[in-house]
Design a protein around this ligand. Sequence first.
Ligand SMILES: N[C@@H](CCC(=O)N[C@@H](CS)C(=O)NCC(=O)O)C(=O)O
Length: 228
Amino acid sequence: MTANSYTLYYAPSTASMVVHLALLEIGAPYELKRLDFRAGEQRDPAYLALNPQGVVPTLIIDGKPMVESAALLMILADRHPESHLAPAPGTPERDAWYQWIVYLSNNLAATYRFWFYPLDLGAEQHPPVVRQALQRKIEGIWDRLESVLSVGGPYLLGSEFSGVDLLLTMLMRWSRNMPRTALEWPSLKRLADLVRTRPSWKKVCEIEGTTDWPNYRPLASEWTARLD
Ligand SMILES: N[C@@H](CCC(=O)N[C@@H](CS)C(=O)NCC(=O)O)C(=O)O
């Protein structure tokens, strides 16, 4: 086994996307293993041995399975400082980088999990009151980010792109079938437009076979939780 050997277990359009994007930004060789969610491959015992929660991503780093998309982004940034996915350690920019990764992961990603997986809250479908509460929470996060980015953008750390912008853009993309997509917030749209012009974004869409996300406005009748 050589140093920097990476195998990413992924499913298109999911939390594995940010890890895939980071690997592409780094330019390190990696192997991909796609899981078919419809076939329930994430609950296969062999996969559960790697990732007991039965979710993606799992990144095998030099033979060791590691999980949690935000942690994997931080680990990859540390292992490849030359990729500038993170500012230098010990700087105020690095402090802000940690802050935003944890904010996005704890607030936005965690709320999305409930939005997309009603069974986590014990129901096949959310009652309208829960659905509206989750939508309000997500939109409140867009409001907060918009106020930060409108004065301090275009990126989350200001003028410099970093890996946290990959995380944010992936999470914004998940709103594309919601009543209001994150692209309705102008400074968020500006950030996403910048990230979507990066070669890593184009490449990830090509490899995973996902669409970029158009300015799609669903009809109210289509307001269903959909991952793809
Ligand atoms: N906190 C985890 C969440 C991972 C997660 O929920 N992944 C979803 C896709 S976005 C998944 O694998 N779902 C399959 C399932 O729950 O059956 C992370 O960020 O890595």
